[in-house]
Design a protein around this ligand. Structure first.
Ligand code: SF4
Length: 333
């Protein structure tokens, strides 16, 4: 089938206990089931503390998966991400890459743009001669719309948008099939954000890259992603094709997130539901549905029983809420 990344019951736990008798574990990601289609632009949204960055890192093998399973299948190779190591892990590093959040912090000020982009090729031993490396750097720099004259310069000479293009070229130089972009436009001005997003979409189409686009900004996700998953306190609470999610959200949290986007229409009164309160601390999670402390529709059952992700009305739409059918029928969502 057409799935690049697949996870079942994936959890990432960090030890937070301070000793032999204090073995507390913080589950930053808790029992996530997800499938990411090959060639798609998959959005992952949530507030800070939702676990979205940790989930992205788990797929890149940058944090250990502590429970459940995850796999990567690209047509050439298939890897079990829970056990991957040695030569296979080395191979996976060139297939799965990260674009950093902050283009100002990510680039070494003492390296030329050419050397910054070339470094992964050298570290991974993907090219044999300097000419081969240069040819590959120029090819990917051109695809990322960088001026080739600029390859000799140092990153401080460039604006935020150009630096982000340098980071993108560096991430793509090894020819990855899967790229995690973590808040990759958050540090940029809105007008430049659009440029960078258009570039990522172009690269998705031209190079057949599957993007996992992590963002707290729903308006950015709406314009870029084919499919969006929403996380809350380490759980996936809703997942659907973008249009469906925006037109017919089935989880009260998703609905509340949308209501927080200011409407351009002054007559629009449907934004009545506000998201009250803060996301609970991941170290002190409520029982039952993790959203019950902020959900306007919570009933007693929600406080004790955690809802499972199930199919909602619509292809590829999943939701984890005890009351979604009832709320839909009452037009509460
Ligand atoms: Fe709200 Fe209950 Fe649904 Fe959780 S399960 S989102 S508390 S209605």
């Amino acid at each position: 089938d057409n799935i690049l990344i697949s996870a079942r019951g994936l959890s990432v736990g960090f030890q937070i206990g301070k000793g032999l008798f204090d073995k507390r574990v913080l589950k930053a990601v808790n029992g996530v089931d997800v499938d990411i289609e090959r060639g798609s632009f998959f959005g992952l949204v949530g507030e800070s503390g939702s676990g979205k960055t940790t989930l992205g890192r788990a797929f890149l093998k940058a944090v250990p998966i502590t429970e459940g399973s995850a796999s990567y299948t690209d047509g050439e190779v298939s890897y079990d991400l829970t056990t991957l190591d040695g030569a296979d892990l080395k191979d996976y590093r060139k297939r799965a890459q990260l674009i950093f959040q902050d283009p100002y912090a990510a680039l070494s000020p003492r390296m030329t743009v050419r050397d910054i982009i070339a470094e992964p090729l050298e570290v991974m031993g993907l090219t044999k001669t300097r000419e081969e490396t240069d040819a590959r750097v120029r090819e990917i720099a051109a695809k990322c719309r960088l001026n080739l004259e600029h390859l000799r310069r140092f990153p401080h000479a460039f604006s935020g948008g150009q630096r982000q293009r340098i980071s993108i070229a560096r991430a793509l130089v090894s020819g990855p099939k899967f790229v995690v972009a973590d808040e990759s436009v958050a540090a940029l001005d809105v007008s430049i954000q659009a440029d960078v997003l258009n570039l990522l979409k172009e690269l998705q189409r031209d190079l057949g890259i599957t993007f996992m686009f992590i963002s707290h900004d729903l308006s950015v996700v709406a314009h870029t992603c084919d499919h969006v998953a929403v996380m809350y306190l380490g759980r996936l609470v809703e997942s659907a094709p973008t249009r469906q999610l925006f037109e017919a959200p089935r989880h009260p949290y998703t609905k509340a997130l949308f209501s927080a986007i200011p409407s351009l229409d002054p007559d629009d009164t449907k934004s009545a539901q506000k998201l009250e309160g803060e996301i609970p601390s991941p170290t002190n999670q409520p029982p039952g549905c993790k959203f019950h402390t902020r959900c306007p529709f919570a009933v007693d059952r929600c406080k004790v029983e955690e809802p499972k992700l199930e199919h909602a009305d619509g292809t590829g739409h999943e939701v984890a809420c005890h009351r979604w059918v009832e709320l839909m029928e009452q037009h509460a969502l």
